[in-house]
Design a protein around this ligand. Structure first.
Ligand code: MG
Length: 160
């Protein structure tokens, strides 16, 4: 059996927060605001996985009213989603995601992000693709007010 899931997330950029994307801390003057570490990329990927599993959304699994998730690394949330995927009998076929932001340049960090996803999702890195694009100075991403991320995953049934 073959499943596809889609995920989308947005977080606001503010001063005084670290910028963490795909579990990688990236030097920048502002960071993403949120209840957890606000890793917009991982949140989109989690929603894509949950979508493929017909398992609701990230807010149902990790409520932002729950103090347990305050400041938590989204890598831990991704691990929980990954465990759910495996428990339900699926494995990652491939992952493709796009981060939208005007700055900073993310290209030097994309491979580190891929390695994090490969490790936690137990998937081959050559099936994990992370892209970054600007929005040509248009909209909230282009004005530096926030970042958004889109992700699609495909899952296949585990053998054995
Ligand atoms: Mg989020």
């Amino acid at each position: 059996m073959f499943r596809i899931g889609f995920g989308y997330d947005v977080h606001r950029l503010i001063e005084g927060r670290p910028l963490i994307l795909g579990g990688v801390e990236i030097p920048h003057s502002v960071g993403l605001d949120g209840h957890s570490d606000a890793d917009v990329l991982i949140h989109a990927v989690i929603d894509a996985i949950l979508g493929a599993l017909s398992a609701g959304d990230i807010g149902q699994h990790f409520p932002d009213t729950d103090p347990a998730y305050k400041g938590v690394s989204s890598l831990l949330l991704l691990k929980t989603a990954s465990d759910l995927m495996h428990d339900k009998g699926f494995q990652l076929n491939n992952l493709d995601a796009t981060i939208v932001t005007q700055e900073p340049k993310l290209a030097p960090h994309l491979n580190d992000m891929r390695e994090n996803f490969a490790e936690i999702l137990s998937g081959p890195i050559d099936r994990i693709n992370i892209k970054a694009t600007t929005s040509e100075h248009l909209g909230f991403c282009g004005k530096g007010e926030g970042m958004e991320a889109f992700a699609v995953v495909s899952l296949t049934q585990r053998s054995g």
